[in-house]
Design a protein around this ligand. Structure first.
Ligand code: ATP
Ligand code: MG
Length: 417
């Protein structure tokens, strides 16, 4: 007999074989009740014969059950499985180290036992939605004719000029884990023109906040012959498409999480307009509180802040009018549900300008020779952005900690499991 997933079982199904985990087991007089769970749902099963055998089955044991589907008024779904045969495939140790059915356990303990935590349908729902986010991001850009690329994760020098890198030993050389695919995706615009990728990045930032990880995944694009406004529009459309797909494909997951999503609108403000709106200081970054305040002024909206000061953006962001003296850049941020989900902008594709900018930012151009040289032989102007996959999942699902939507988080103190 072929195994059926619980979600495939209908009241009209007759003889079935199901496999999964014993979520609960209760012996009541001459009847045994087993709540069976697989990755698709929950099924009430009852046994009226040989129930002695059931008495030593522990919670979360893996079993396979053969039985007959029967209508039942007591069962939530209106049907249950009358067990004709139950086989224990692997008995679980008891007691469980963390409560699988309740969410009260603290996040640290839950993460210590993440494999158990993920037995809860509402936790699985988060990751099923995240899977749909990644899939629809791919689908959106694939359909548009972009090429998916695979940038390296081990790099020889900083891609952003910052110091927040994890060093690794690479034979006799020193290398680093990539903090972004920035330089590689830029180089590829001079051949493939339009590229996208989902790739892990590592940042050795010492802070420990609810919205930062030391290893995260980025959804990136880079586009030849584009400026900041053109790629902001791509971001707006991509996010709308992703939310539309999540609404279509993840109905039961959203229900489990008690979430009502809307396809967002978009608002475009210059940095100057935006910082004034939240009474911020011109020339300074938005504080987390100011990001939140700005989003509250535009509910259910992706808030773009564009044309940022050169001083607040990385060295590779193009100054306005390709003028090194310009104080305004072609760089932007996108905020959603209270925090930054993306940064992007037009890049500098002119080697001379790039060297001047590196110097302006007090970086040594010698450390960027390969990068600068890659723009010497016919590089188009280009722009792109990066959305943090976990950050976006967190904001879309209004989670209070980015670790909730990271399978196995890597943060300042956590390296296991
Ligand atoms: P933030 O200001 O939120 O710390 P950032 O400006 O340093 O982020 P970028 O370099 O712009 O980050 O990275 C692009 C995107 O990647 C961010 O908009 C965010 O969605 C995500 N991201 C950046 N850093 C982290 C991190 N430490 N953990 C998780 N996601 C991150
Ligand atoms: Mg940023």
């Amino acid at each position: 007999m072929k195994r059926m997933y619980i979600s495939e079982i209908k009241p009209s199904s007759k003889q079935v074989l199901v496999k999964g985990w014993v979520q609960r087991i209760k012996l009541l007089g001459k009847i045994a009740f087993v709540v069976l769970r697989d990755s698709t749902g929950i099924l009430q099963c009852i046994a009226k014969k040989n129930i002695k055998e059931f008495s030593n089955i522990t919670q979360e044991s893996v079993v396979e059950i053969k039985g007959v589907v029967k209508k039942s008024k007591q069962a939530k779904k209106g049907h249950e499985l009358e067990i004709s045969d139950l086989k224990v495939i692997n008995k679980s140790k008891a007691p469980l180290p963390a409560d699988v059915e309740k969410s009260k356990t603290f996040i640290d303990k839950r993460l210590d036992y993440r494999f158990l935590d993920l037995r809860r349908p509402e936790i699985q729902a988060i990751f099923k939605i995240q899977s749909e986010i990644a899939n629809s991001f791919r689908e959106f850009f694939y359909k548009k004719g972009f090429t998916e690329i695979q940038p390296p994760s081990i790099i020889s020098s900083s891609s952003e000029g910052g110091t927040e890198l994890f060093p690794v030993k690479y034979f006799e050389k020193k290398a680093f884990l990539a903090q972004s695919p920035q330089l590689y995706k830029q180089m590829l615009t001079s051949s493939l023109e339009r590229v996208f990728m989902i790739t892990p990045v590592w940042r050795a930032e010492k802070h420990n906040t609810p919205r930062h990880l030391n290893e995260s995944r980025q959804m990136d694009i880079e586009v030849a012959f584009a400026n900041q406004f053109e790629v902001m529009k791509e971001l707006e459309e991509a996010v709308k498409y992703i939310v539309k797909k999540v609404l279509e494909k993840c109905k039961s997951e959203l229900e489990l999480l008690n979430l009502k999503l809307k396809i967002p609108k978009a608002a475009y403000l210059s940095y100057e307009q935006a910082i004034k709106k939240v009474n911020g200081k011109l020339g300074e970054d938005f504080t987390p509180e100011q990001e939140k305040k700005l989003c509250e002024m535009y509910p259910d909206t992706i808030v773009f802040t564009h044309s940022w000061p050169v001083a607040l953006k990385p060295f590779y962001i193009m100054p306005k009018d390709e003028n090194i003296k310009s104080k305004i850049s072609e760089g932007f941020d996108a905020l959603f549900n209270g925090m930054e989900i993306s940064s992007g902008g037009q890049r500098i594709h002119i080697p001379k300008l790039l060297i001047e900018m590196l110097k302006l930012k007090k970086l040594n151009p010698k450390n960027f020779t390969d990068y600068v040289n890659s723009f010497e032989y016919g590089s188009p102007y280009h722009a792109g952005w990066s959305i943090g996959l976990e950050r976006f999942t967190m904001t879309l699902l209004k989670l209070n900690n980015i670790r909730e939507c990271t399978f196995f988080p890597r943060d300042r103190t956590r390296l296991t499991p």
